[in-house]
Design a protein around this ligand. Sequence first.
Ligand code: SAH
Length: 218
Amino acid sequence: MDLDDVNKKRIENLIKIMKVKGFLTDGKVEEAISKVPRHLFVPSDVIKYAYEDESLPTQNGQTISQPSVVARMTEWLDVKKGNKVLEIGCGSGWQSAILSLLVGDGKVFSIEISSFLVEFAKKNLAKAGIKNVEIIQGDGSLGLPEKSPFDRIIVTAACPEFPKPLVEQLSIDGLLVSPVGEFMQSMILLKKTKEGIVELKRELGYSFVPLKGKFGFQ
Ligand code: SAH
């Protein structure tokens, strides 16, 4: 995953911008983001924007998330080495790559509903030399019961409400982050405790593509 000097400069600049905006405060997340070459995860026609703090198109109106939003969600998720993480909405695989560095010898499972994007993400992760991400094609709103429970779950598309199967598949003391809402979303962080579900954080003002599937919008 070596970055050439030009892209190293670009990513350093992007990191500065995210810090100024207040979206990047955790050194571990900064290190992971700085190690993943984002230009390997964007379609070739938008490669010149790979290190801008913008979401970019992947296919059919789907997107690779904006870096500062990925930074915020990843910080809230507080991933530890060895964690088993479930991501819903693999898209380009860029968020999965960042998670994979944070889990170390743990594992990331990422579900993507579009078969085109499953292949796109697989190719991108292979180019970046990432091996501990398993991509599954299907409806992520159902989770992945056969691999549950998960220490961390991240949903990278807007949900009408937290999909019930995801809450069920979270381990005790596990964290779940997701944008919730229809036109604009709130980012919400939940923790599952022995006593029940606790909302830890909520922040207004996000805009994600809608989650499809049984517990999504369609
Ligand atoms: N994490 C991605 C961003 C993806 S955008 C990245 O870093 O590039 C949201 C993704 O969720 C889209 O790729 C979309 O196809 C996918 N998606 C929408 N509904 C889904 C569902 N029910 N299950 C799995 N993936 C879904």
